[in-house]
Design a protein around this ligand. Structure first.
Ligand code: NAP
Length: 253
């Protein structure tokens, strides 16, 4: 096991998009970054790209929907590092089809598997390793459209938006999971928060987003590097509809 003061970070779904940029930004902060990917080939390619920027990146195979894969990843981190300082539950999928009345339940199940059960499986598998960190930080990558407060606010740009249930409901569930785990770890020095990257151009939305993946990743970076007096148990990130297009802050659950 390597003995080091360098912080060890794991980002799931880090082979592309916001996750890749998050791994990059954490690495540029001097952390050792475990680049989580369900396909080790794609993960290794991402690691090569990160190494070119001077980042200490290592590939870690982890399919968040596969319990064996998640437990094997945790066992490997336990053996090689003995702890985990930062966990970014970033892996996610979106399925937009099926407006109310036409919900595609199979698509819904797939979304829940990745976006909800995935982060829970990863959190549970890595909790002991996080507890061995002197300052654990957990970031669950959520969304403003998983915020019931935002979606029901008549002043919100998302109010009344026609949207199928699976993705927003999955992120609302992830918000609750964040609140519950933050509560469970309260007083331990751990910070467990949900991130709203804002609408970023990635494969997830056919690159229709108005922000860059790096801008979205800066939200996860902020929450992953919170100081001791930072918040826990909040949904924090981009504030769409604010007069400053780059405004960030706490969103309602
Ligand atoms: N883009 C936005 O506007 C936006 C806004 C709010 C929140 N988010 C959230 O941000 C996170 C990252 O999304 P993104 O926009 O960067 O999307 P993306 O470019 O499509 O990246 C998604 C990542 O998740 C991985 N993934 C999917 N299923 C997985 C599984 N079963 N196990 C492990 N990894 C898996 C993908 O791996 P493969 O390459 O192998 O498919 C990929 O690395 C998601 O949680 C998303 O919901 C995005």
């Amino acid at each position: 096991m390597s003995e080091t003061n360098v912080r060890i970070a794991l980002v799931t779904g880090a082979n592309k998009g916001i996750g890749f940029q998050t791994a990059r930004l954490l690495g540029l902060e001097g952390m050792t970054v475990l680049v989580g990917s369900r396909d080790i080939g794609r993960g290794t390619e991402a690691v090569r790209a990160l190494e070119k920027e001077g980042v200490d990146a290592r590939p870690l195979e982890i399919d968040v929907t596969d319990r064996t894969s998640v437990l094997a990843a945790a066992a490997r981190v336990a053996e090689e590092y003995g702890r985990l300082d930062v966990l970014v539950n970033n892996a996610g999928v979106a399925r937009w089809w099926g407006p109310p009345g036409e919900t595609d339940l199979d698509a819904f199940r797939q979304v829940l598997e990745v976006n909800v059960l995935g982060p829970v499986a990863v959190l549970d598998a890595f909790l002991d390793l996080l507890r061995r960190s002197s300052a654990p930080r957990v970031v669950n990558v959520s969304s403003e459209i998983g915020s019931i407060g935002t979606m029901t606010d008549p002043e919100s740009p998302f109010h009344g938006m026609a949207m199928g249930a699976p993705y927003p409901a999955s992120k609302a569930a992830l918000n609750m999971i964040t609140a519950l785990y933050a509560g469970a770890l309260a007083g331990s020095g751990a910070k467990v928060n949900a991130a709203n990257p804002g609408y970023c151009a990635t494969d997830l939305n056919g690159h229709s987003g108005t922000r860059t993946a790096e801008q979205g990743a800066r939200v996860s970076l902020h929450l992953a590097t919170l100081s001791e007096d930072g918040p826990t148990g909040v949904l924090w990130g981009h504030l769409a509809g604010a007069s400053d297009p780059d405004a960030h802050g706490v969103l309602p659950w």
